[in-house]
Structure formats: structure tokens, C-alpha cells
Write a protein that binds this ligand. Structure first.
Ligand code: FAD
Length: 321
């Protein structure tokens, strides 16, 4: 069976959810081999084994004082050149897309970005992309070289392998790249909010133009905190600078698929739906009973979010004691 190289991102040994999703997808295509940058400790190797990884390529030095995507891209490209995998899988997002693009250039291979599914075909992996705001799906395949594929977070549900594998670790010495690196990461700061990231959250509370103002948007954040969830937003809310752009959900923002998606003051434009319609349960609060978001909502409250959301927060607090 061919191997599938998967770039793994982790926080101090805890594998990030999008990487677990990549491993789940990789098992459908072949034998997952993980490429880890930042030291592969025992717990991390065990966790990779539970997701069916048979080989872990540990890139050293663990944290060189250089720009990480470049180090990852060089290591991945070298490994792909020497092991001829069925595909290279990287999670979508600004960092991942940069790595994948660099790998494809170095391999002189084709790249497909933003996949929502990958299956095996007679001539190699077949990649599904969602286009026109989720209205259509396309299937494509790479015709030149090792397919390099970026996969959208939340497109696949992460599931451990039915049989855990024993992962063998191989150390890969990273090429010195500092001279060629245009940027240097001086320090990394964790987000100060203490909230989960959008990609990892099981609950997302998103606000839109209906919040009325930056101050009004704060009620959305308070509900997210009461539920231990992440904050998301429509493009209208981010364009109005009521919250940072990286919280935008939709066609030109992030794709989320939490257990619970709560939308307050969001109309449900097709471009917004493209980023959240895979959520397990959708709750919408909107004062317009004809708002399109109600067409996809499992539960809807017709009302002013400035009345409904504070009442909801009070109720959650009461029930939690
Ligand atoms: P609106 O459409 O203005 O809706 C506001 C809603 O709030 C209304 O339904 C209203 O009834 C309700 N409301 C008002 N006051 C209250 C209140 N007090 N209480 C309760 N409800 C209230 N959008 C995205 O979100 N993500 C994207 O990635 C994205 N990409 C795009 C890409 C392209 C190429 C284009 C053309 C557009 C894109 N958009 C995207 C924009 C999208 O078309 C919509 O304009 C946007 O989603 C609207 O945001 P909204 O629902 O917050 O605002």
C-alpha cells in the first residue's frame, strides 16, 4: 500500500484537530506517514499510532529560529521526493497553503487546494472541492507528479483507526534555511481570549450585522463564553471591524462544523452558509422571520438578539448554578 505524507501540527504534543482529520482522510488513501516539526515525544507518537500512523518523520532541530513553513516545506518536499507517496496532505489555511505551494513548486507537481473530500481513483486521488459558495462540487485530480492537496478543516470527522498502529520514528535533519528565509518569527503569543479556536471548537457563537455595533457584538462574545465556545462572525460584522477578520466564517472566511452553531443577527447569505452549513445543530436568532438562515436552522428564535441572548446567558448561568 502506498504511503500518504501528512503534515502534522501540534501544541506541545497535543495534535491539532485539523491534523487528526487529515490522518483520518489519509487512511482512506493509503498508509499515513506523519511529518512532525517540533519534536515527536512518546505521547505524540502514541497518539499518531492511534490514528493509524506507521511512520513518523520527526524534523529536527525542533524549533529552529527561522520561518516554520519554509522548514516544513523543504522537509516535506525532500521526503516526498525520496518516498514517492500517493499524496501529500496539508491542512488549508494561510500557513498550510504556503507550505503546500512551496512543496508543489519544489516537486514540480500539481496542487489542489481547499479539498472537502479526497477519495481513491484508478489514476490517483480524486479531490472534491466545494465551489460557488457550496452550491456545486467539483472533482479533480493531479496529472503531474505527487499530488499535493490542502484539505479544509472540519471537512472530515476525525476518527481513530479501528486498529492502532505502532509508529516507527525516523529523524529528518532539516536543511538550514535561514539564509533564504524572508521572515523570522521572533516570538509566539497565545490568543489572549482563552476561547477555543474556530477550527477546534465544538460550540461556535457567531454574530452578524444584526448585532448593531461593536458594543452590541459583545453580547455574542458573552454567550460564547457562557457556553465555552468560539466566537465567529459574518463578513458584514468583520468588515464593520466589530471583530477581527480571522473570525469570519464563510466562502471567503473559515469553514466550521461544530456540534452547535448559534447565529445571532446573521441573515444567512449563501456565502456565509458555505462556511457553516455542515454544523451538527444550527440555532438562529433573528428578528426577521423570513431571514434565510431559518431555512437551514434546526431551532430558530424570532426576536431581537439584544433581548434573547442576555436571557439565554442568564438561563445558562442559572442551570449551571
Ligand atoms: P445582513 O445580511 O445585513 O443581515 C443582518 C441580519 O440581522 C438580518 O437578517 C436582520 O433581520 C437581522 N437583525 C437585525 N437586527 C437584529 C436584531 N436586533 N436582532 C436579531 N436579528 C437582527 N459573508 C460571510 O458571512 N462570509 C463570507 O465568507 C462571505 N464571503 C463573500 C464572498 C463574496 C464573493 C461575496 C460577494 C459576499 C460574501 N459575503 C460573505 C457577504 C454575504 O453576501 C453577506 O453580505 C453577509 O454574509 C451578510 O452578513 P450579515 O448576515 O451579518 O448581514
Amino acid at each position: 500500500m502506498s504511503t500518504v505524507l501528512v503534515l502534522i501540527h501540534h501544541d506541545d504534543g497535543i495534535i491539532r484537530k485539523p491534523s487528526l482529520e487529515l490522518l483520518t482522510l489519509a487512511r482512506r488513501l493509503g498508509e499515513p506517514a506523519a511529518v512532525v516539526h517540533g519534536g515527536a515525544g512518546e505521547a505524540l507518537i502514541d497518539a499518531l499510532g492511534r490514528y493509524g500512523v506507521t511512520t513518523v518523520y520527526s524534523i529536527t532541530p525542533p524549533e529552529p529560529p527561522s520561518y516554520r513553513p519554509m522548514v516544513e516545506a523543504l522537509a516535506l518536499a525532500d521526503l516526498a521526493a525520496s518516498t514517492a507517496p500517493a499524496a501529500v496532505l496539508v491542512s488549508s489555511g494561510p500557513g498550510g497553503t504556503e507550505v503546500a505551494a512551496r512543496v508543489a513548486v519544489r516537486l514540480d507537481a500539481g496542487i489542489i487546494t481547499g479539498a472537502v473530500d479526497v477519495t481513491t481513483g484508478p489514476d490517483g486521488p480524486v479531490v472534491t472541492q466545494s465551489v460557488f459558495a457550496g452550491g456545486w462540487f467539483t472533482e479533480s485530480r493531479v496529472r503531474r507528479g505527487t499530488p499535493v492537496i490542502t484539505v479544509r478543516p472540519n471537512a472530515v470527522t476525525a476518527e481513530p483507526a479501528p486498529e492502532p498502529a505502532h509508529a516507527a520514528v525516523r529523524t529528518v535533519t532539516a536543511e538550514p534555511v535561514s539564509a533564504a528565509v524572508p521572515r523570522v518569527v521572533a516570538s509566539r503569543a497565545k490568543a489572549a481570549t482563552g476561547r477555543p479556536g474556530l477550527a477546534d471548537a465544538t460550540v461556535v457563537v457567531a454574530g452578524g450585522r444584526g448585532a448593531g455595533s461593536a458594543e452590541g457584538f459583545a453580547v455574542i462574545e458573552r454567550l460564547a463564553d457562557a457556553l465555552g465556545g468560539a466566537v465567529g462572525a459574518s463578513r458584514a460584522a468583520t468588515d464593520l471591524t466589530w471583530c477581527p477578520h480571522d473570525l469570519q466564517i464563510g466562502q471567503t472566511g473559515k469553514t466550521v462544523a461544530p456540534q452547535l452553531y448559534l447565529a445571532g443577527g446573521i441573515s444567512g447569505a449563501i456565502q456565509h452558509r458555505a462556511g457553516m452549513q455542515g454544523s451538527r445543530t444550527i440555532v438562529a436568532i433573528n428578528k426577521d422571520p423570513k431571514a434565510p438562515i431559518f431555512q437551514i436552522a434546526d431551532f430558530g428564535v424570532v426576536g431581537d438578539l439584544h433581548t434573547v441572548v442576555p436571557a439565554l446567558i442568564d438561563e445558562i448561568r442559572k442551570r449551571r448554578g
